[in-house]
Design a protein around this ligand. Sequence first.
Ligand code: NI
Length: 267
Amino acid sequence: MTTGELLTALWNDYIATTPQAERIHRLLAERGEVVRNDHVALRTYGIPGIGIAALARPFEALGWVEQAARYRFTDKKLVARYWQHPDPNLPKVFISELCVHELSAAANIIIDRLVSQLPAGFRERPDLPWAGRPWSVRRAEYESLLLESEYAAWVAAFGFRVNHFTVNVNALTTFPDLLALNAFLLDHGFTLNESGGAIKGNVSERLEQSSTRADSIEVELDGEVVRIPSCYYEFAKRYPLPSGELFHGFVPASADKIFESTDVKRA
Ligand code: NI
């Protein structure tokens, strides 16, 4: 598999649950933009065999290199790391995992039941980052996870897939800044995540980000079909460090608010 094939597989899986991303991508292309991605983001449970390291493996095999930064989101009980490819045209890979042992015993019982359904060999699948949902989850389980952790409920409902792609705003040629891009999206009827303001971060943090609110799609929860938020599209503008080099890391306070783009109660 090539890097191009891997990213195409992730993109096709992503737009199947996030039709707005394909519409936005097309609108940008119609303006003459060539869309490049800043990063792709994946979510998982912090459990051996399916945690961050497991999801990173297919990317590492194709040349992505783990970076030193370690991120912690205390309120959301998450940790995250990211990978960068020597080819600067390829997106970074941002992978977070839920520290499941910080959740209640009740939540752990639910997550244990999900993980106990993993088929033999699942953890070793080369397509683990887009392997889909390998377990059945009951609506009551989804809702009880939701009360404690939106992220836990999202992983239960969607399993293994990209949570979002992020447009590299620096590479766009017809938008002077993120504000102009946001205005374009609002004009076309898209809804932005306003948690912490439409634009998270600032020039002094070297990174500005915005995102749409997640699409809601129909998901089957143990025979019942429910509409729940799936994935969103993100936009990132990066600024140079004092060294002149572009900042490639992430800003936890901003990412913390971006995570809320899939929240049910705000949708
Ligand atoms: Ni992101």
